[in-house]
Design a protein around this ligand. Structure first.
Ligand code: FNR
Length: 389
């Protein structure tokens, strides 16, 4: 018992013999609705909402739902191993936690709770630049566990350099550079409530604690918080960046660099030409370009273009274990899990995130086994009904 991730289901059934049932649903697609019922409309709208009328959020889901798995039989799936190598790191499963900022609007345990849950499952935690907890504090809570740092590439070079130095010193191994926010998108659910946590100094912890950022302020943050917020707003995104600017990051980061938000094969080729190590095929969970191509529809062409040169990761729409399987079949090496773990955090703190991760991995393990596989490495387009895609 307990050898395979799938065995979580027996743990649940056995607990049931003493009357206990899971505190949260095991169908992870149900978490959003539950969070809508339990949390205030501002925070829920911020997390669940998308750009424009939400069509990209819906497209992400339907692109995954449309793909159907064709299971194979009699293949000896008794022993299974979910581990994969990603960017030179050995991971117990092809899953990492996506960078999501401002988690304190969801639960007081915030990024620390999510990071501890990731560490408990051995999965990498990707900390957002826009976290509500300083990166050093999150690192401290994680011990030796695998952590990556997501960079919002600020206008100010010295602040960017300082973030990279701090992340390195705190044991973050991979740099994930998010490219799809040269500006904040049109998000009606937030606009209708005029809800933007950053303007209240939430999600600015890494900036307000940064020596290079503080050097640009006339007065200390606590003496003039509004001026600090405005300084942050002015540098947070930089719509002027171009491909040659990546050389600066390459010079200032020794480990692997992954570009997040790539949807066109030519951009993936440019990433490889610029000496990057990987891309995350992602449309930011439908939060940036309304009407954007679904991330799962962009994935096969990108994997085909650069799969031999770059590590191709995927996010935007992953909710269940079979979604993870489908993403691998479409060419991803591993996936980033976004909103589901954030809902888990909102509903039950660190324990809620652990529940979500255990459910996802159990379901993925079972999908592998029931489809005729014993490891992620053998999953291919041939496992999908439209395998020629
Ligand atoms: C995000 N995402 C994100 N990405 C990033 O690079 N830095 C960030 O700070 C954030 N912040 C953030 C906040 C919230 C509330 C959400 C929902 C998402 C995007 C995230 O990393 C990932 O790309 C998406 O969450 C994937 O879409 P799904 O699967 O969550 O729908």
């Amino acid at each position: 018992m307990g050898r395979h991730r799938a065995d979580f289901q027996y743990e649940i059934y056995l607990n049931g013999m003493s009357g206990a049932v899971p505190r949260l649903p095991t169908d992870l697609t149900r978490l959003e609705e539950l969070t809508e019922q339990r949390l205030g409309p501002g925070p829920v709208g911020y997390v669940a909402g998308g750009a424009g009328d939400g069509s990209t959020v819906r497209a992400n889901r339907s692109a995954l739902e449309r793909r159907r798995i064709v299971p194979r039989m009699l293949r000896d799936v008794h022993e299974r191993d979910l581990s994969v190598e990603v960017l030179g790191r050995a991971l117990p499963a092809p899953v990492a936690l996506a960078p999501v900022g401002v988690l304190s609007i969801m639960h007081p345990e915030a990024e620390t709770g999510a990071a501890r849950a990731a560490a408990a499952q051995g999965l990498p935690y990707i900390l957002s630049s826009a976290s509500s907890t300083p990166l050093e504090q999150v690192a401290e809570a994680m011990g030796d566990a695998e952590r990556w740092f997501q960079l919002y590439w600020a206008k100010d070079r010295e602040v960017t350099r300082s973030f990279l130095d701090r992340a390195k010193a705190s044991g973050f191994s991979v740099l994930v550079v998010t490219l799809d926010v040269p500006a904040l998108a049109w998000r009606p659910r937030d606009l209708d409530r005029a809800y933007l946590p950053f303007l209240h100094g939430v999600g600015t912890a890494n900036y307000f604690s940064d020596p290079a950022f503080r050097a640009g302020l006339a007065k200390p943050v606590h003496e003039d918080p509004d001026a600090a917020v405005m300084h942050f707003v002015g540098m947070f995104a930089d719509p002027g960046k171009t491909w040659p600017d990546l050389a600066f990051l390459r010079e200032n980061w020794d480990g692997p660099i992954v570009l997040k938000g790539v949807l066109h094969p030519d951009d993936a080729r440019l990433a490889a030409d610029a000496g990057m190590d990987g891309v995350v095929v992602s449309n930011h969970g439908g939060r940036q370009v309304a009407g954007s191509v679904a991330a799962a529809d962009a994935l096969p062409r990108i994997a085909g273009a650069v799969g031999d040169r770059l590590t191709v990761l995927f996010d935007s729409g992953v909710r269940t274990g079979d979604d993870v399987f489908k993403a691998l079949a479409l060419g991803a090496r591993a996936v980033l899990l976004g909103r589901p773990y954030v809902y888990g955090l909102a509903l039950d703190g660190q324990a809620g995130v652990e529940h979500v991760l255990r459910c996802l991995l159990a379901e993925f393990d079972l999908t592998l086994a029931l489809s005729g596989h014993t490891t992620p490495g053998t999953v291919s387009p041939a496992d999908l009904a439209d395998g020629t895609d």
